[in-house]
Design a protein around this ligand. Structure first.
Ligand SMILES: Cc1cc2nc3c(=O)[nH]c(=O)nc-3n(C[C@H](O)[C@H](O)[C@H](O)COP(=O)(O)OP(=O)(O)OC[C@H]3O[C@@H](n4cnc5c(N)ncnc54)[C@H](O)[C@@H]3O)c2cc1C
Ligand code: SF4
Length: 564
């Protein structure tokens, strides 16, 4: 990549000389169709792209996420240059790199003597606030454009949300189906139903063979970036050996076509299933590419609909897939912008416990957690149910402080950005918003995990046991959660059944639950140096000494992230 070398436009007495625009492209805006580039004039404009330390370290992102983004950025910059567009690309190790968006923007404005700066709104409140500072202080005018990749503009969501206390995804989703015409027949939903979720909850049959992931081994650009990341971010979470993400639009399209042919026809059926030897199952693996701009939400939804209309995939799978993107993805993004920054501050269930250390190390005798965290370290990926019903469910039942759980989710996945991570964790998983997003917490005992996975077969704990040291911790933590939060939750009609069971429960059994939960939670290990107390006599002989398995922790990161 070269620094744009054309002479700057004169800053005074312009007459007919066209304005020179600096188009600042953020690392997750890698599409030619992004608002920043729509009216680009290759003869006069410069595109600025920067690799900055502050963005890679405000939380210690998974190494694969940083490598994915830097590689995708470098490839995209090369594609723009091949089109004859001037790109001023600042590498992480470039001399003079200030390490921050603001510092690099200021330097670029000075380098190019620009008349104005154009940028598209970011995916995080923190950067949004930064952009307001650019408008006030940078010098040349800064135009912040709407992110045109989303199907529901922020303003439209805000108008829909108004000041309602609870915002249900299903209502929003139906509106989006009508608005886009996706899976609609003359004003009615295709197949006569809006939602085919009940068909999408099957466990995997024994011996079921799942398709291979289409992976993209690192090319020279990615290999160079991985070496840089391993050196510059050595203390970050995760491994890079299994890096296989698509880093160009062409690769992302190849991967998505494979999903359309092989994954989509079965996507719905096993959407909620989990298996220890199959981290990807029928999932699309497109979130990193979608969130970075290599694919657009509209094109993947339209392609899925075409597959249904061509008879290549059944309706329950296609509706399930489209709902994730047109529904959930657009909804969480709208909610994030409509309710931030106050949204992140709520803590409806007063959860204050520290995040246990095994979330970083994966070293726990609870096999479901060990498997999900282990795969996350290796692939920077876990699918939705693993995020929601294993790592998320445990955090909810154990009462872990929302900000610490949110930081973990923002660190560990290749697709993690605050606009999508925060509502999913704060609202869906932890119910910290007190019901803005979900009508009830997604709390579940070990029975759910056992039904949907094979994890319990390889676990040191017994999922059938309800109490005692060898009982599955999810079992007593589930009832403990309901007991602790009875004042808040007992009247919730969607929790009527478990609260009826609780009311009938033998007092000795109830006392045993509280004792087991207290013993277990008191033994949870939030620090790296202590013994693996959660595991008691069931401890697996996993080494805790390998420093490469731990991210260095910076307790200041969560607070500073919120403040910007
Ligand atoms: C606690 C928690 C945290 C999450 N954090 C993130 C995150 O940081 N970034 C992220 O992109 N997704 C996040 N999700 C949503 C979802 O888990 C991932 O998008 C998905 O696992 C990505 O894998 P995939 O591409 O194979 O998805 P698939 O299962 O194949 O689904 C297809 C697409 O649907 C969209 N989608 C599905 N569910 C959701 C959802 N709940 N919210 C938003 N989009 C959704 C994604 O774009 C995904 O790529 C989170 C979910 C939970 C429960
Ligand atoms: S027994 Fe409990 S802790 Fe072990 S894998 Fe099953 S659900 Fe997880």
């Amino acid at each position: 990549m070269r620094a744009a070398g054309r002479p700057a436009a004169p800053s005074a007495g312009r007459g007919l000389i066209p304005i020179r625009t600096l188009r600042f492209l953020l690392g997750d805006q890698l599409t030619r169709r992004i608002a920043t580039l729509t009216d680009l004039d290759p003869d006069h404009d410069v595109v600025l792209m920067v690799e900055v330390r502050a963005e890679a370290t405000y939380v210690r992102h998974h190494k694969q996420k940083i490598a994915f983004l830097f590689s995708a950025m470098r490839h995209f910059a090369a594609e723009l240059e091949a089109e004859g567009i001037a790109v001023d690309y600042v590498r992480l190790d470039a001399p003079g790199n200030t390490g921050s968006f603001t510092g690099e923007l200021e330097r670029a404005v000075a380098r190019h003597a620009v008349d104005r700066v154009v940028v598209t709104e970011p995916g995080e409140w923190r950067v949004w606030e930064m952009m307001q500072g650019w408008r006030a202080d940078l010098g040349p005018p800064v135009e912040i454009r709407d992110d045109n990749r989303f199907l529901c503009p922020r303003a439209d969501f805000a108008a829909w949300a108004g000041d309602r206390r609870s915002l249900r995804m299903e209502t929003f989703y139906r509106g989006m189906r009508r608005r886009t015409g996706l899976l609609m027949e003359g004003g009615e939903p295709t197949g006569g139903r809006w939602n085919f979720d009940p068909e999408n909850r099957k466990g995997l049959p024994k011996g079921h063979v799942v398709p291979e992931r289409v992976g993209f081994p690192p090319d020279a650009v990615t290999a160079e970036v991985i070496a840089l990341v391993e050196h510059a971010f050595a203390d970050h979470f995760g491994e890079t050996d299994a890096f296989a993400w698509p880093v160009t639009r062409a690769e992302a399209i190849t991967a998505f076509k494979h999903f359309l042919a092989v994954g989509l026809p079965t996507f719905g059926d096993y959407q909620d299933a989990m298996r220890a030897d199959a981290p990807f199952l029928y999932h699309a693996l497109i979130a990193p590419a979608l969130n970075a701009g290599l694919l657009t939400p509209e094109e993947v939804c339209r392609a899925a609909e075409r597959a249904y209309r061509a008879g290549a995939a059944p309706l329950h799978c296609v509706e399930g897939f489209i709902r994730q993107i047109l529904g959930w993805r657009e909804y969480v993004r709208g909610l994030y912008w409509a309710r931030m920054p106050d949204y992140a501050a709520s803590n409806a269930l007063a959860a204050t416990r520290d995040l246990p250390w095994f979330y970083w190390s994966g070293e726990t005798a609870m096999n479901c957690l060990a498997q999900c965290i282990g795969a996350t370290r290796t692939h920077a990926y876990a699918h939705h149910i693993q995020r929601l019903m294993v790592t998320g469910n445990f955090a909810l039942l154990a009462g872990i402080a929302p900000a610490q759980v949110e930081e973990w989710y923002l660190v560990v996945y290749a697709d993690a950005y605050e606009w999508v991570e925060l509502p999913n964790v704060h609202g869906m998983v932890l119910w910290a918003d007190g019901g803005v997003m979900g009508s009830k917490p997604y709390a579940a005992s070990g029975a759910y995990i056992n039904r949907m996975s094979d994890y319990c077969r390889g676990c040191a704990y017994d999922v059938a046991k309800k109490s005692g040291p060898s009982a599955c911790p999810f079992n007593y933590l589930y009832w403990n959660f309901l007991i602790r939060h009875a004042e808040r939750l007992a009247d919730n009609p969607r929790l009527a059944m478990p609260y009826r069971t609780l009311a009938r429960m033998d007092p000795t059994k109830r006392a045993a639950i509280l004792d087991d939960a207290a013993r277990f939670l008191d033994g949870l290990d939030a620090a790296p140096s202590a013994a693996p107390a959660d595991q008691g006599s069931l401890a697996l002989a996993a080494p805790r000494s390998d420093p490469a398995r731990r991210p260095a922790r910076d307790t200041a990161t969560t607070a500073s992230r919120r403040k910007g």
